[in-house]
Design a protein around this ligand. Structure first.
Ligand code: NAP
Length: 293
């Protein structure tokens, strides 16, 4: 049986790990907090005491953790997976990390005889559970072919952008544009509310209008209703992605990107007050009425 080590069982990783069990893989799990693994262990997954322990005998190691710091810890930390991975084993980074980090991990793991591909994803946790994520891959073609059997259980679409790091470039611009749209939507709705418009009509008009991207469609309903139940993507993660994207932008563009920087600032405020809440609660920060002068 094909053996996969899966590291990081948050909102996304939990569903993705379950897909490998459904597909008949031998699955070894590690997460910083074990409670999130209990039901997967009951379904047949093995628990490892560290990433290093999880990677022993694995044919591929898949990570889905929060950020650069977490990724570095699980690959290269004192008990990192790279310690026990055999030469030629495939390392699949599904976490959204920075461009510099993805390239650095590629170099570090290649130097240890390992294959590294960056494979951030789009899709919400329900798509992760259903194996219907879109996988945004950076890898050389031969490495991608070797990784295919480990990508099939988790993704329904693979978009191959080029060499290691290129999947991450696309993921960061995708999420930066999302950050700008959500922050802009929050401000637009706040203005409409304070101006006393009929919000049912505003919502109907937004949904039928030209600015209604899927992101705007989804968040406009939740923001107008102030219904943020079932947080799928947190303010802290949105801030992280936008900040990584702006860092990349500033390494490539002559002028600092003003709109992108404003979105980072907006999400820095949301992160400071509600890091683990749904990103759409951004509207609560901007909708307070001005005091009469
Ligand atoms: P999440 O629910 O907050 O889970 C974060 C995961 O990272 C948990 O397993 C957490 O462990 C682990 N982690 C955090 N810091 C760590 C550290 N220092 N060392 C080791 N493990 C650490 O996040 P998520 O929504 O699943 O997102 C995971 C990744 O997918 C992120 O990079 C995110 O940007 C990306 N993503 C998310 C979505 C979405 O809709 N949620 C969609 C696409 C991509 P604990 O359980 O112990 O806290």
């Amino acid at each position: 049986m094909t053996r996969v080590a899966f590291i990081g069982l948050g909102r996304m990783g939990h569903g993705m790990a379950g897909r490998y069990l459904d597909a008949g893989f031998t699955v070894t799990l590690w997460n910083r907090s074990k409670t999130k693994a209990e039901d997967l262990i009951a379904r047949g997954a093995k628990w490892a005491t560290s990433p290093e322990d999880a990677a022993i005998d694995a044919d591929a190691v898949v990570t889905m953790v929060a950020d650069d710091e977490a990724s570095r810890a699980v690959w290269l930390g004192p008990k990192g997976a790279a310690k026990t991975m055999k030469s030629g084993t495939i390392a699949i980074e599904c976490s959204t990390v920075s461009y510099d980090h993805a390239r650095e991990m590629g170099r570090e793991l290649n130097a240890r005889g390992l294959i590294y591909i960056d494979c951030p994803v789009t899709g919400l946790p329900d798509a992760a559970t259903a194996g219907k994520l879109t996988l945004l891959v950076g890898a050389n073609a031969a490495d991608l072919e070797r990784a295919q059997p480990f990508l099939a259980p988790i993704g329904s679409t693979i978009r191959h952008f080029g060499a290691v790091g290129s999947g991450t470039v696309y993921k960061l611009i995708n999420n930066l544009m999302g950050a700008i749209q959500i922050a802009g939507l929050a401000e637009g709705l706040a203005i409409a509310e304070q101006a006393g418009l009929d919000m049912k009509l505003v919502l109907e008009s937004i949904q039928a209008g030209v600015a209604a991207s899927p992101q705007v469609q989804r968040h406009s309903k939740r923001m107008v209703a102030r219904d943020f139940s079932g947080a799928t993507f947190t303010a802290a993660l949105r801030h992280k992605d936008a900040a990584y994207a702006v860092k990349l932008a500033e390494s490539l563009l002559a002028n600092k990107p003003p709109v992108s920087r404003a979105a980072v600032e907006a999400y820095a405020q949301a992160k400071a007050t509600m890091p683990d809440e749904d990103e759409g609660r951004m509207i609560e920060l901007v909708s307070r009425p001005k005091k009469p002068s």
